[in-house]
Design a binder for this molecule. Structure first.
Ligand code: AMP
Length: 223
């Protein structure tokens, strides 16, 4: 199963992707996490990507495509994957299609997550991440048992540098200008499933589950 989780920054794609990845036993590939790891490790890509991430701008396609393609063509992704934060523009979407086509594969489903502006702002402001295992928490909605300490591995939590109000507003603008057009692209080319993330966790998970197990137009045609 090869999935894309699409939606504005802060909508909750990462949290949902982590859940589905565990349930379906497929890899969760977050382009943001891959880039942040590269920045911390001071790799060539990381050094080039750093200033774009800090400003909330898109990292140049050739850098992002390289690290994502390396990952999805690795043995780790043989059973499938969830792409979280990638693609972010038409050119990345086409590179992804070409890579998959080369091995006769395709994206099975694209989940498009939506939420109201005020829900997104609250989610971003309260988001905290484990320095060591990357687990995500929220100060109010899903706090750790002990303040600032990861429940899973005991490491310290941090707030992403780009989760401040100024950079968040740049990221939202970039999303509207460059990523939103992917909604139409995937409506035309694949199966887009919309999931409203304003509600309760259980309701969101139920909607994703139904989407995962619904038949695509192609599958219906084959019946
Ligand atoms: P995210 O963790 O998905 O919110 O991404 C954090 C930042 O990493 C973004 O604001 C971009 O600077 C960069 N980034 C992540 N994914 C991509 C991508 N697919 N294309 C370009 N830049 C990206």
């Amino acid at each position: 199963m090869r999935l894309i989780f699409l939606g504005p920054p802060g909508v909750g794609k990462g949290t949902q992707a982590a859940n589905v990845s565990l349930k379906e036993n497929i890899s969760h590939i977050s382009s943001g996490d891959l880039l942040r790891t590269a920045v911390d490790a001071k790799t060539e890509i990381g050094l080039k990507a750093k200033e774009y991430i800090e400003k909330g701008l898109l990292v140049p396609d050739e850098l992002v495509v390289k690290i994502v393609v390396e990952k999805i063509t690795s043995a780790e992704c043989e059973k499938g994957f969830i792409l979280d934060g990638f693609p972010r523009n038409l050119s990345q979407a086409k590179s992804l299609d070409n890579t998959l086509n080369e091995s006769g594969k395709r994206i099975d489903k694209v989940f498009y997550f939506t939420a109201s502006e005020d829900v997104i702002i609250k989610r971003i402001a309260g988001r905290r991440i484990c320095k060591s295992c990357g687990a995500q928490y929220h100060e109010m909605y899903s706090p750790p048992v002990n303040d600032n300490v990861c429940d899973k591995c005991g490491s310290e939590l941090y707030q992403r540098k780009d989760d401040n109000p100024e950079t968040t507003s740049v990221r939202s603008k970039v999303y509207k200008e460059q990523t939103e057009e992917l909604i139409d692209y995937y409506k035309r080319n694949g199966e887009l499933i919309e999931v409203n993330c304003n509600g309760e966790k259980s309701e969101i998970q139920q909607n994703i589950c139904e989407g995962l197990h619904s038949m695509s137009e192609d599958e219906k045609g084959m019946e």
